[in-house]
Design a protein around this ligand. Structure first.
Ligand SMILES: C[S@@+](CC[C@H](N)C(=O)[O-])C[C@H]1O[C@@H](n2cnc3c(N)ncnc32)[C@H](O)[C@@H]1O
Ligand code: SF4
Length: 459
């Protein structure tokens, strides 16, 4: 795919990532524990879909300089025993308020590095969830792993604990690039690690994470990394654009000094990866995810049944409201969002006192739910039919367009740049438009007032 410099200059501006609507920087600290409890209870009546759990394990053996996650360097003083005990307690606090006719469809461990702690802890947490709730057939039990810390024995323990989806953070196969960002390479050959999972059970799925835009990365170097990834042939793969937000993440400041690739170079890395992966038979999902054609994400995308949450893309089959536990976890319920404190000590203390450790949150209005549906449909399924949104909310298509500040002049600009196609009844994102999807959906976000918040750039 070719992208002109004109488009790059025009659209490489700061915009939200829209992993939630409204974006997390609109969450308010006036939202407290009691509001979260009310939201959970309400979630049993309002769209009582399936239940998904997100479990945040914040610990890492060392902090990568680029990291934008809520990660804590593990020290002796960090009592994992105590943290896991509080995670289990929080699950029970949530569980008490959930209607037990609802089934669990998804459990996702993120971090930090969930595999930085002993696997027996993860098994204990899974066992508790499996005992507390009934499960759908073939639920997703997923874990994000840093492969620098993995052994085959540890993988066996993860299989035993019930995990069936594995995401390995590779970032780049070039060890020099990794060294520069304070990261160790995979301890095991990645191809063998992936085969090990598939040989254990061919229905298990493996994802590999990569990042482009780090110091020392070049188009040629990143292309080599992607070629190696293609040889490994994971079911899924993500190429994350490095989000540089040093005003929020102290650890990223050092990368300013090391020198970051330009927007042009970054775009070329993305496009080189895109072309290589497409040629190798991968289908692009949303903005930066790829999957093999037989993967359920591809099937869901072609049936317009793709969905996503803070944890990434998923199919509508397994999509549930997300109840997050652990420090900094964000619950994504139909009626709103609730984020736990990022402070480990505060988290431990409040859970031990039976208090939901809520730092901030947001109650979503009906209008915002409508905007959220439009944004999600575009980000996942790359099209929106106005009558479907209108039907979901029992309103007219005129009301839908008014709520999202539909502006034909703005859309015409996107159409002239060949990013969208539209008619009276629908809007579709083109293949080129996928690259600027954040800019397109931002035009339907009435909350986006210029300069009020800071975001990473769109590319
Ligand atoms: C929680 S980590 C994955 C598990 C494990 N901690 C690891 O690093 O392998 C989630 C993913 O977020 C991505 N990531 C982290 N910081 C990022 C940033 N600043 N910009 C873009 N992606 C980032 C990385 O690709 C990483 O694999
Ligand atoms: S990228 Fe992963 S391993 Fe590195 S600091 Fe962040 S969470 Fe930890």
């Amino acid at each position: 795919m070719n992208v002109s410099e004109y488009l790059l200059n025009k659209y490489n501006v700061p915009v939200p990532r829209y992993t939630s609507y409204p974006p997390a920087n609109h969450f308010s600290d006036e939202f407290v524990a009691e509001n979260y409890k009310e939201l959970i209870v309400k979630s049993n009546q309002e769209n009582p879909e399936l239940v998904a759990f997100y479990i945040h394990i914040p610990f890492c053996d060392q902090i990568c300089f680029y990291c934008g996650c809520n990660a804590i360097k593990m020290r002796q003083s960090h009592a994992v025993d105590e943290y896991v005990a509080m995670i289990k307690k929080e699950i029970l606090m949530v569980s008490k308020n959930i209607d037990k006719n609802r089934k669990v469809s998804q459990i996702h461990y993120g971090g930090g590095t969930p595999n930085a702690i002993e696997a027996r802890y993860l098994k204990e947490i899974n066992d508790l969830l499996f005992n507390e709730f009934s499960l759908i057939d073939h639920p997703e039990v997923a874990i994000e792993c840093n492969p620098a810390l993995l052994t085959y024995e540890y993988m066996d323990e993860l299989f035993q604990a019930g995990f069936n989806r594995f995401s390995f953070g590779i970032q780049d196969f070039d060890e020099e690039v990794l060294k520069d960002v304070n990261r160790k390479p995979s301890a095991l050959p990645v191809k063998q690690l992936v085969s090990y999972v598939k040989e254990h059970d061919s229905s298990m799925a493996v994802n590999l994470d990569f990042i482009y835009g780090l110091p020392g990365q070049t188009v040629d170097g990143f292309s080599e990394t992607i070629k190696k990834a293609i040889e490994v042939r994971p079911d899924r793969l993500v190429t994350f654009s490095y989000a540089h937000v040093p005003w929020m993440k102290e650890n990223q400041k050092i990368l300013d000094k090391k020198g970051l690739p330009s927007a042009d170079e970054k775009m070329s890395m993305f496009l080189a990866a895109y072309d290589l992966l497409k040629k190798a038979g991968y289908i692009s999902i949303g903005l930066d995810h790829y999957a093999l054609p037989e993967d359920e994400l591809c099937v869901a995308q072609s049936n317009h049944q793709l969905h996503r949450n803070f944890q990434g893309y998923c199919t509508k089959r397994t999509t549930g409201q997300v109840y997050a536990v652990g420090v900094s976890g964000i619950s994504q319920l139909s009626g709103g969002y609730a984020q736990n404190t990022k402070d480990l000590k505060v988290y431990l203390k409040q859970i031990s006192q039976d208090v939901f450790p809520i730092e901030k949150g947001y109650i979503v209005s009906v209008e915002e739910k409508l905007i959220r549906m439009v944004i999600n449909e575009l980000m996942c399924n790359k099209q929106v039919v106005w009558a479907i949104v209108a039907k979901a909310f029992g309103v007219s298509t005129g009301f839908v367009k008014q709520t999202i500040s539909y502006n034909e002049d703005i859309l015409k600009g996107f159409k002239d740049d060949e990013l969208v196609e539209y008619a009276e009844d629908m809007l579709k994102i083109t293949e080129l438009g996928t690259l600027f999807i954040r800019n397109i959906v931002a035009s339907f976000d009435p909350k986006l007032t210029s300069g009020a918040k800071r975001y990473s750039k769109s590319l």
